[in-house]
Design a binder for this molecule. Structure first.
Ligand code: HEM
Length: 545
């Protein structure tokens, strides 16, 4: 090469001049491409500098579905298992194309639901939630948007506002009286007591309150002389719990949408059957009430249904369609049933196993209320130990393992991790409530942890929890709207059971079995205890049909 260059100066000169021309042409292009690439890379780096939260490496298309399905664990248990393995308060698994971000650390939970609330204000679109909400017509399951906003406003300003809460006080009080009377009848009406199914009693109390507030009636069918549910009420409450067990439960076609319609796991059929069963009776009632109002046959508001049907907008036009009224009635029904009944069932189970706690709660009621009248909602502010027991049940035995999912509306950064837009963010109710970094001896049921050690600093114990160390009513834009109603229902249910009856293990039972179900976290077996009336007989009879 050297000799050619040395022996052929003209060629060399020509080469060098042509290459300099090429360079002159290429260089700006190279620089331009370099600048563009750098800008793109930097822009991408700016949004994605943060890594995803820790979690297993996903496969293309199916994500981590294969390992989850192969684990043979229910989805919620597998996700908690992954979280334990990662050892962090936030983890990410990919189900199909969806990033599912689970959180067990209260600070990170607050970052999501308090500091970045608007970024995470939506809900996932799933087969069950679409079916149960009549095409996202109501509040709880609807994605963020105008319909959700409209329906949430209707509920907060017209249904669970303080004036309505006061307005319907007597109906709630009547249902508390009916509960006392029904359990009295089940417990042998003063004959020394009998074995009572606490789950049945607690769920039907909630069912009664809901039907009474929404539809103005305890019974869809014939009233029962003992105050208990008839077959139609049993069918209604069973159907509500069937729906609650299906919503936001894992369903493969929610993550691989092209499988929708094949119903490989039978989920779609179960969802359709459960909602048909749940709405059959209420829908007939709503159709009839709608007709009564539209024909002018009915006047005067008596319950939530009347309120919803007669709401008007600024131009005096009906605010809601009949479908919207049905969807909102369903929302209220879904929302009010499971939390109160589950918390009371678990609290009583734990306390029968720890009789000192039971004694302390009963003594509190006797001290505040006495034995010559029944406990009322107005007593709730002074029943702090009782509320601490319910808080403890929410902490240790929440009704579901994860809070309702929140969907990221934008790309976000949480705890230094990248959360892509569309991610499902699920706060673990058991992960938060049983977090050993937050709670001493987390698996021990200990209501005193919610009461200040120094009684002079004692303030009203409440069931809500702003710092998300437990999830009770949650917080933020999608937080529960019905703290007063939820508290009244839960505490009255518990207080009436404790005040009216002495509870103990049935003969031959060494301890109440506190195992959780395999596919959910309800008590594995319904709580069945021996109940004996402890008040003067006349107090058990005050109620209306
Ligand atoms: C003890 C009883 C109750 C508890 C513990 C409870 C708890 C909750 C929780 C944890 C959420 C989800 C919050 C989130 O996504 O971050 C929620 C949402 C909701 N709750 Fe409650 N709830 C109770 C009773 C009720 C009742 C009686 C109603 C009756 C109207 C109600 C209406 C709602 C509604 C409408 C939402 C959805 C809010 C939205 O997505 O915008 N809740 N509740």
């Amino acid at each position: 090469m050297e000799s050619v260059a040395a022996g052929s100066p003209s060629v060399g000169a020509s080469l060098s001049s042509s290459s300099s021309t090429v360079l002159q042409l290429l260089l700006p292009m190279v620089v331009l491409v370099y600048v563009v690439v750098q800008t793109l890379v930097r822009r991408r780096m700016n949004t994605c500098t943060a890594p995803l939260p820790p979690g297993p490496m996903p496969w293309p298309v199916v994500g981590n579905l294969p390992e989850m399905l192969l684990s043979c664990k229910p989805a919620f248990r597998w996700i908690h298992h992954v979280m334990e393995r990662t050892g962090t308060g936030i983890a990410c698994v990919k189900l199909g194309g969806v990033h599912v971000v689970a959180i067990t650390c209260p600070n990170i939970a607050c970052e999501v639901l308090k500091m970045q609330d608007t970024n995470f204000a939506s809900r996932p679109l799933t087969f069950a939630s679409e079916t149960f909400s009549r095409g996202y017509m109501a509040t709880i399951m609807s994605p963020y948007g105008d319909q959700w906003r409209k329906m949430r406003r209707v509920l907060t300003s017209e249904i669970v506002c303080p004036s309505r809460h006061k307005w319907l006080h007597d109906k709630r009080a009547d249902e508390a009286n009916n509960l006392t009377r029904y359990v009295y009848n089940l417990a042998g009406a003063g004959s020394g007591g009998a074995v009572v199914d606490v789950r049945h009693v607690a769920r039907h109390y909630c069912g009664n309150v809901v039907r009474r507030l929404v539809f103005g009636t305890r019974y869809f069918g014939e009233p029962q002389p003992d105050g208990g549910p008839g077959p139609l009420e049993v069918q209604h409450v069973d159907a509500v719990f069937a729906c609650l067990g299906l919503v936001y439960t894992f369903c493969v076609s929610d993550y691989l949408p092209w499988l929708l319609g094949l119903d490989l796991d039978g989920h779609e059929k179960m969802v359709r059957e459960a909602i048909e069963m749940m709405t059959r009776l209420p829908d007939v009632l709503i159709d009839e009430r709608w007709r009564q109002w539209k024909s002018g046959e009915r006047q005067g508001l008596e319950d939530f249904l009347d309120v919803l049907i007669t709401l008007e907008d600024a131009e005096a036009k009906p605010m809601l369609t009949i479908e919207e009224v049905k969807a909102l009635s369903q929302d209220i029904t879904f929302a009010a049933m499971d939390n109160p009944s589950n918390a009371v069932e678990w609290a009583l189970a734990e306390m029968v196993n720890s009789p000192d706690m039971l004694k302390k709660a009963v003594e509190e009621i006797d001290g505040v209320v006495g034995r010559d009248r029944l406990v009322q909602e107005s007593d709730i502010p002074r029943l702090n130990y009782l509320k601490a027991c319910i808080r403890e049940a929410f902490r240790l035995h929440p009704v579901v393992s994860f809070n309702a999912p929140h969907v990221a509306l934008v790309d976000a950064t949480v705890a230094g991790y990248h959360i892509p837009k569309g991610s499902h963010v699920i706060l673990s109710r058991i992960g938060l409530g049983r977090n050993p970094a937050v709670w001493d001896d987390p698996l021990r049921f200990n209501p005193d942890r919610h009461i200040p050690a120094d009684p002079t600093t004692m303030v009203d114990v409440t069931l809500s929890e702003n710092d998300l160390r437990i999830i009770s009513f949650s917080t933020g834009r999608r937080g529960c709207i019905a703290t007063s109603l939820g508290t009244a229902m839960t505490v009255m249910l518990f207080a009436r059971l404790l005040q009216g009856f002495s509870w103990r293990k049935p003969a031959g039972m060494a301890a109440v079995d506190l195992s959780e179900g395999r596919h959910d976290i309800f008590m594995a077996k319904p709580l069945v205890l021996h109940a004996e009336p402890r008040l003067p007989a006349h107090l058990y009879s005050a109620t209306s049909m």
